[in-house]
Write a protein that binds this ligand. Structure first.
Ligand code: GDP
Ligand code: MN
Length: 380
């Protein structure tokens, strides 16, 4: 889950990383007010979850509060790479002499967090990596020991930071490590961290990405989720405790268990079909959960057939069968559907489905072949 700049910077501030004074607003009249409070000179920054806003006019410098209002009107009317700008951050204007890149992320191959720094900040790190790879410094962090003082000094030397700033830089690096760990982040990035004309370090931009799997530990951070950027099907899925990932094929899949869902998409492909999604309905299969799953699958106009593949363990197949039947009275499913049930109470489940004239299959392979054929309209 990505955080907006203003959210990342408010977390930074909480952890003692200096950021410019500022406020996020959604109207230009509020922008004017904030700019006035900041003394007129301000920066208007589009809050969209995408980098490189500067290049496309999403960052504007205003000399007066009137100008801030006008620029906020322009920026709030923009779309950046398909994302509408709903909020702008109005920050005090900072004058600087140097832009630094500083970030912590996971180095998967090293199996450790890595601190990345560069004297060439302000541009995207991917660009620096291509054009000036020698200007990027990486230091692996032992997660049990944390960031060590000597490592921070190595970085300070590496980015040719003036010695008078080492102390402040060390504190920022430490605090970035703290916020990274405490938020279960996969990225905490400051780009640029600037040296101001009066010789201070300040984080002008911030970006954080949080580990979705750890969000249950952070109810306060979950609240920061921006629903606008997520597909509505995925939001609906989360509401019912379903895991849904859309793909590009025609066969909708409804499966209990992540491993089984992967096996199901594989079998569909092996038999010449293309899965439309990955959908794990998890344990239990109450009618409202199955109905939600149907609605989610059918939101996708590409879906031409549905394969339901259930392995009854603790979840009983007869219960799932009843769930399917009652969900079908709620949601009109107009595409062909094939159900394969095995495990606990499979016989009763199959009987319930047979009584309702639903198409069933003995094996997963058989089910995949049937649904693929039906989705093609019966022709081979
Ligand atoms: P990004 O393009 O989406 O990464 O947005 P940033 O927040 O990093 O801003 C891009 C660039 O705009 C920075 O590298 C700075 O050069 C400039 N910028 C941003 N805020 C200020 C500011 O307060 N004062 C000045 N002079 N420039 C700024
Ligand atoms: Mn930036």
């Amino acid at each position: 889950m990505k955080l907006h700049e203003y959210q990342s910077k408010s977390l930074f501030a909480k952890y003692g990383i200096p950021v410019p004074r500022g406020r996020v607003v959604s109207t230009s009249s509020e922008a004017k007010q904030i700019a006035e409070d900041l003394g007129g000179r301000s920066v208007i920054k589009a809050q969209v979850l995408i980098g490189g806003r500067g290049k496309v006019g999403g960052i504007r410098l205003a000399r007066t509060s009137k100008e801030a209002e006008d620029l906020a009107t322009i920026v709030l009317g923009m779309e950046i790479k398909g994302l509408p700008v709903r909020r702008v951050l109005v920050d005090e204007m900072v004058n600087f002499t140097q832009e630094i890149y500083l970030a912590i992320t996971n180095d998967r191959s090293a199996r450790r967090p890595v601190l990345v720094a560069s004297s060439a900040g302000g541009v995207e790190i991917e660009t620096t990596a291509v054009e000036h790879p020698e200007k990027i410094i990486k230091i692996l962090i032992n997660p049990l020991l944390g960031l060590r003082d000597y490592q921070v000094r190595d970085i300070a030397v590496g980015i040719e930071l003036n010695r008078s700033l080492w102390r402040a830089f060390g504190q920022i690096a430490d605090n970035l490590w703290k916020v990274y760990c405490a938020s279960d982040a996969t990225l905490a990035e400051i780009n640029p961290l600037v040296v101001t004309t009066d010789g201070k370090l300040i984080a002008l931009d911030g970006k954080m990405v949080l580990d979705e799997n750890a969000l249950f530990r952070h109810p306060d951070l979950v609240e920061m989720r921006d629903m606008d950027v997520e597909a509505s099907a995925e939001i609906e899925a989360r509401k019912y405790g379903l895991t849904y990932i859309k793909m590009d094929g025609q066969i909708g899949c409804m499966v209990n268990g992540a491993g089984l869902a992967m096996a199901t998409t594989d079998i569909i492909k092996l038999n010449g079909g293309e899965p439309a999604n990955f959908l794990d309905i998890g344990g239990g299969a109450s009618a409202d959960k199955v109905a939600a799953a149907f609605r989610i699958l059918l939101q996708d106009p590409n879906v031409k057939g549905i394969l339901i593949n259930i392995f009854g363990g603790i979840t009983r197949c007869d219960e799932v069968a009843r769930g399917i039947i009652s969900a079908m009275s709620e949601v009109k499913v107009k595409v062909p559907m094939v159900v394969r049930l095995v495990g606990t109470n499979a016989e009763q489940g199959l009987q319930i489905l047979a009584d309702a004239k639903m198409m069933t299959a003995e094996t997963l392979e058989d089910a995949a072949r049937k649904v693929i054929e039906l989705a093609r309209g019966g022709q081979q």
